[in-house]
Design a protein around this ligand. Structure first.
Ligand code: G6D
Length: 329
């Protein structure tokens, strides 16, 4: 029977530990409504497949790790957008664009936490009120992230939100994974299969162009599944609407795999590089290409490219998006 406990220690302060009947452990924290660890009982020992920081102070320096990102994940080009004829200016925190909600996005807020247990699962509901005009985004937004771990080994997060005036809302979970259990191993020997025939084309500053590119014959072609190798990615994969799932990542030893099912139209895949190499993480020192971030979300740039969908949140409609990782071990 899945359980959840509120705990306190020196590294994290107050955090939550969810356990299921198979001994999977998911640790969650109110700072950034983030996951701290996801430990699987593999036959050769306990394996934490999340790449996270050693303590809370490190998360404040590296706040994207395994955090809730919002109100808008990815980049808002030129840190501006228009809604119903009104122009809004957000914070230009990277190369003149707004990255991941600006200087103090959802990953840097302390969320209200409510642990809960239900039939065959347990988890934590994190809640946040983002006031009108905060960091340039209109609307008093009530945001909620529900993390669950089920007894049939499914790890899920659901984003929900309401607003009192039209705004943008496109959150994600910025989970970093290494299925060997440590970022001291490169991800090169992991096998990745993605049900995406197209990626959204990006500019040099990683903003999207509005066009999509067929993956066939390119470094983005993971349709049949292949080893990641030295491939560097920071791209939105456009998930085929009729696909049974979005992607599957498999450990080099084959003992662990994740299959992602999501209501999101895209998954941004980001592979770490030299910029993160050398950082002392919770499960070892990050080597070059030591982790892969898997971020289900609306396509970045949708606020200017309607062909990608719609990320406006209005008082008339609630936002809800669920992503589920099937944990195979
Ligand atoms: C870089 O461009 C990438 C982002 O997509 C990623 O989320 C971040 O590093 C961690 O800015």
């Amino acid at each position: 029977m899945a359980t959840v406990e509120k705990l306190t220690n020196q590294a994290w302060g107050t955090y939550f530990e969810v356990k299921n009947k198979d001994g999977v452990i998911l640790e969650l924290h109110p700072f950034g409504a983030r996951a701290l660890s996801l430990v699987l009982p593999v036959d050769d020992g306990k394996r934490d497949i999340l790449v996270g920081c050693k303590n809370l102070a490190d998360y404040k320096e590296n706040s994207y790790y395994n955090a809730t990102i919002g109100p808008v994940a990815g980049r808002i080009a030129a840190a501006r957008f228009e809604l119903e004829g009104v122009e809004y200016n957000t914070e230009a925190n990277q190369k003149g664009n707004t990255l991941h909600g600006g200087f103090e996005g959802f990953d840097q807020r302390v969320w209200q936490a409510e642990p809960f247990v239900a039939e065959n699962l347990a988890g934590v509901v994190f809640k946040l009120i983002d006031p009108d005009g905060n960091h340039g985004f209109p609307g008093n937004v009530s945001a909620k992230v529900t993390y669950t771990l089920s007894d049939d080994n499914q790890y899920s997060f659901t984003f929900e939100a309401t607003t009192d005036k039209p705004t943008l809302f496109n959150p994600t979970n910025h989970g970093y994974y290494n299925l060997t259990g440590t970022p001291s191993n490169a991800i090169d020997e992991h096998t990745l299969q993605i049900n995406a025939n197209f990626v959204a084309q990006t500019n040099d500053d990683v903003t999207t162009t509005g066009d999509k590119v067929a993956v066939t014959g390119t470094k983005f072609d993971f349709v049949s599944g292949r080893k990641i190798g030295p491939t560097l990615l920071d791209d939105p994969f456009l998930i085929e609407a009729d696909a049974p799932d979005a992607l599957t990542l498999t450990a080099p030893d084959g003992k662990v795999a994740l299959t992602l099912l999501t209501q999101a139209p895209a998954v941004v895949i980001y592979t770490t590089g030299q910029g993160e190499a050398g950082t002392k993480m919770n499960t070892g020192v990050m080597r070059n290409h030591g982790a892969i971030a898997i971020e289900p979300q609306g396509v970045p740039g949708t606020e200017i490219y309607p062909q990608f969908g719609d990320i406006t949140l209005t008082p008339e409609k609630e936002y809800s998006m669920t992503s589920t990782f099937k944990l195979i071990f």
